[in-house]
Design a protein around this ligand. Structure first.
Ligand SMILES: CC(C)(COP(=O)(O)OP(=O)(O)OC[C@H]1O[C@@H](n2cnc3c(N)ncnc32)[C@H](O)[C@@H]1OP(=O)(O)O)[C@@H](O)C(=O)NCCC(=O)NCCS
Length: 140
């Protein structure tokens, strides 16, 4: 996993666009890259950009803002590997828990988080139009 650099912007933006309906713009991604409180990492495999994640930390809390894997590389364990790295980095930053928000209908992400030990602590009704958002937490 490599720290985000400008040279990854086009690849990361493509993955972002193909992964989220309300995708972030390139300037929004760059803003995260320039935020000292954000950990922005790119997964590279055999010189191909496979995915990325963005985590912010504040005091003892980490928040997973984004994780996305390129469609052609999904179901190969990359997100699971990324989550393990996120946990290690959060512990290094002295965080004792990670929060995230996920649509209840996003079964791939939901299964990933449940399998990784996250628990649902709150539900935001109709947060994504007709879909509920789940707030999840994992103690580290
Ligand atoms: C969610 C996402 C990051 C998973 O990435 P991935 O690399 O394919 O996931 P992994 O291969 O590491 O899978 C890890 C676990 O996630 C779950 N999972 C992954 N894809 C799944 C799918 N299509 N359906 C059901 N469960 C799935 C499984 O529990 C899997 O564990 P298993 O293989 O032991 O059964 C990927 O689907 C993605 O980029 N989606 C679009 C962006 C997104 O929704 N991000 C999360 C926003 S909250």
């Amino acid at each position: 996993m490599i720290k985000f650099k400008q040279e990854f912007l086009d690849d990361v933006f493509d993955i972002e666009k193909n992964s989220f309906d309300n995708h972030w713009s390139k300037p929004m991604l760059l803003e995260c890259a320039n935020n000292d409180a954000a950990i922005f990492k790119v997964l590279v495999e055999k010189e191909k950009t496979v995915g990325f994640y963005i985590v912010t930390t504040a005091c003892t809390e980490a928040e997973l803002l984004k994780i996305a894997i390129d469609k052609t590389f999904r179901n190969s364990g990359f997100a699971k590997k990324a989550l393990l790295n996120i946990e290690k980095e959060s512990i290094y930053k002295k965080c004792d828990k990670i929060f995230l928000e996920v649509s209840k209908s996003n079964s791939a992400a939901l299964n990933l988080y449940l399998a990784s030990g996250f628990e649902t602590i709150n539900i935001r009704k109709n947060y994504y139009g007709t879909q509920d958002a789940l707030i999840m937490r994992k103690f580290l």
